[in-house]
Design a protein around this ligand. Structure first.
Ligand code: NAI
Length: 650
């Protein structure tokens, strides 16, 4: 079997899983492993070293098989055979050891990992839980608190953390295979093999299961899998091994066939498919080792931070020296906060900041192959910036705008070669948010697009290609449903009811809490700018304008859709009065809305506008729209996105 090979040398068997790119466990791998156990049972080998070919050990189960009935031999059977082998199996781990891969490693009799290895149980991200004994073996190797964290968060840990927790027995200091072989020989000599299931639970502080469940329920926003993972661990803690194993398997099979898991698989593949057309662009991307950024406000500083942390040098241009200094401070503070949070090491932070230079003179940009503009959202200012760039930058440099709404095509005539212009729409905070809309103007060339793709890769972001329209994919759909929510206010709903319905559906925050957080003034300015060419017969709700006119611009002014006097969002009777007055003025009889009616309206609007975006060729695929709404606008991931829901409910 090509996926699993065995080499016998010096009385040891070297078993290698080779299923590129990440050695995912599909049927052939399971079959190969089972045959290997059988084959070795009757041989003279004293011990086995199990490893993965290439960079990963095993990054998980084959996701394509997950939605289907598992084919024999199933993984629990394979792992039981390995655990019950009369000779020791030692797992030698490098790169990724995730999901079914970690379950496999835990079924071996010992584990050794390279220092750079990552280990985790990301099953919950796919709407499932470990299904091959993972939740039963794990708390027999690590304290239950660690097991809970690993299985319910889905986040991997480093090899060092795995060593400290007891998940691996040793960290390789040099040659992984040589050290694994020494461990295997040693285990063979000692005899009395113990598999994880023969061990007691690791002693540690008692878990308050109810408190954990309550916390998790809040955090998982309606997703079932994290709570199921917790329940499986609780069973492992309280019930006999065979009962816990059977219970885990039943949960796994039920979840694998659930709507939630199907939705999460859709998102998994949608994220990987996003931006594929950028890779097909027939051009070499620009060199990203030095990148220029113009404007060092919220977005410019965030973009600079993202680039610096990815190892690029950044030349940041501001209007004057004072503003340049402020931009530097902003970047330094963001990096310092990441260090403080433990997100990055202090020395990485220092190295990143050392790559920043600030200036007011465009001449310092000329050695950059890409410049990203993030100045005020004002076409005249942006046009001036592009014209100045065109005058100094080498002909092959790519020029990008981070505009939220403005017409990227409207910048084309500021340069001699409009093929080099594109939109790169980041989301705030730019060094954290994973989404990058790569906006293709009418004249945008292949090299500019390839550069957008390469930039996303460098920054670890998900690129989604968008055409030009007011707000591209995300802000355009957002504007449409914001407008419809205001119509609902006018018809009888209240902001707190809409927010509660959205949160119950799984959004991180409701639309009004979000508006208060980011400020009501930008959208107000945009509405005022559009006022003169608005069709007077078109329905228009004035509620948000009234709030802004009353100085209620959101959290920054202490009041917006809510009152923040208490530090938290409080319901404000004044807002209710403004809304009721506007309903009366518009001649609407107010009626009550249920949470279901509110969500049905919101979803219908998202889907209608999404379809328009597709029909106009602004988005390349429905799945791209799902990715945008999930990664940029807080749409609950476990529901698969609005377009996915539209397709799966008809
Ligand atoms: P901001 O007001 O925080 O920053 C703009 C910065 O640009 C200021 O520091 C200003 O001094 C500088 N600037 C203005 N004119 C300049 C010029 N001619 N040369 C050099 N620097 C100049 O604005 P923010 O929020 O960072 O937005 C920047 C751009 O990013 C806008 O186009 C905005 O629509 C877009 N955007 C904003 C997002 C947000 O959440 N704030 C999200 C995505 C895009």
């Amino acid at each position: 079997m090509a996926e699993v090979s065995v080499e016998i040398r010096d009385g040891l068997a070297w078993v290698t899983i080779d299923n590129p790119p990440v050695n995912a466990i599909g049927r052939a791998v399971r079959q190969g492993l089972l045959e290997t156990v059988e084959q070795l049972r009757d041989s003279a080998v004293r011990a086995v070293v199990l490893t993965g070919a290439g960079r990963a050990f095993v990054a998980g189960a084959d996701i394509r098989e997950l939605g289907q009935t598992p084919l024999a031999p199933v993984l629990p059977e394979v792992l039981a055979a390995i655990a019950g082998s009369p000779v020791p199996w030692v797992a030698a781990l490098g790169g990724l050891t995730l999901g079914g891969g970690l379950e496999l490693a835990m079924a071996c009799h010992a584990r050794i990992a390279l220092p750079g290895a990552k280990l985790g149980l990301p099953e919950v991200n796919l709407g499932i839980i470990p299904g091959s004994g993972g939740t039963v073996r794990l708390p027999r190797l690590v304290p239950m608190a660690t097991a809970v964290k690993l299985a319910t968060s889905g986040k991997p840990i480093s090899a060092q953390e795995a060593l400290e927790a007891g998940l691996i027995d040793r960290l390789a200091s040099g040659d992984l295979m040589a050290e694994a072989s020494a461990m295997a020989q040693d285990l063979a000599k000692r005899g009395g093999l113990l598999s994880a299931l023969d061990r007691d639970l690791v002693a540690g502080e008692a878990i308050d299961w109810d408190a954990q469940a309550a916390q998790l329920r809040k955090r998982s926003r309606g997703a079932a899998a994290p709570l199921e993972a917790l329940a499986a661990l609780k069973s492992a803690a309280q019930e006999p091994v065979d009962v816990a194993l059977a219970g885990e398997r039943a949960r796994f099979l039920r979840l694998a066939a659930s709507d939630e898991a199907a939705a999460l698989r859709h998102v998994f593949f949608a994220e990987r498919a996003a931006g594929q057309s950028l890779k097909q662009a027939d051009a070499e991307p620009a060199d990203l080792s030095r990148v220029g950024v113009i404007g060092g406000g919220t977005m410019g500083a965030g973009i600079a931070t993202a680039l610096l942390l990815a190892g690029s040098q950044v030349r940041l241009i501001e209007r004057d020296t004072a503003a340049a200094e402020m931009a530097r401070t902003r970047v330094a503070e963001t990096i310092a906060a990441s260090v403080k949070r433990g997100a990055i090491a202090a020395e990485k932070g220092d190295r990143a900041l050392a790559g920043l230079s600030t200036d007011t003179d465009y001449a310092s940009l000329t050695d950059c192959a890409l410049v990203i503009e993030a100045v005020f959202e004002d076409m005249a200012v942006k046009r001036e910036v592009f014209a100045r760039l065109d005058a100094v930058m080498p002909a092959e440099a790519i020029l990008a705008t981070n505009t939220s709404y403005l017409d990227v095509n409207g910048l084309a005539d500021t340069t001699k070669d409009p093929a080099r212009i594109l939109g790169l729409h980041f989301f705030s905070p730019a060094h954290v948010m994973k989404l990058l809309e790569v906006v293709r103007g009418e004249a945008t060339g292949a090299r500019a697009l390839a550069t957008g793709g390469a930039l996303a890769k460098l920054l670890g972001k998900i690129p989604v290609v968008a055409g030009v329209c007011d707000g591209f994919i995300g802000n355009r759909i957002m504007a449409a449903y914001r407008r419809d929510c205001e119509f609902m206010l006018e018809e009888g709903a209240l902001p707190q009811e809409i927010d509660a319905a959205m949160e119950a559906f799984g959004f991180a925050m409701g639309i009004y809490a979000v508006q208060d957080m980011s400020g009501l003034d930008i959208a107000w300015a945009q509405r005022k700018a559009h006022a003169s060419h608005r069709d007077p017969s078109e329905r228009y709700a004035h509620i948000a304008d009234r709030l802004c006119e009353a100085g209620r611009l959101g959290r920054k002014t202490g009041k917006g859709w809510y009152d923040y006097a208490s530090g938290k969002a409080g319901i404000d009777p004044e807002v209710t009065r403004i809304i009721e007055k506007e309903s009366a003025r518009a001649g609407r009889t107010r009626k009550a809305f249920t949470a279901d009616e509110i969500m049905a309206r919101i979803l219908a609007t998202l889907q209608r506008e999404g379809q328009a975006v597709l029909d106009e060729g602004i988005a390349e695929t429905p799945a791209d729209i799902d990715v945008v709404m999930i990664t940029g606008y807080g749409f609950p991931r476990h529901r698969g996105g609005p377009m996915y829901m539209a397709r799966s409910t008809v």
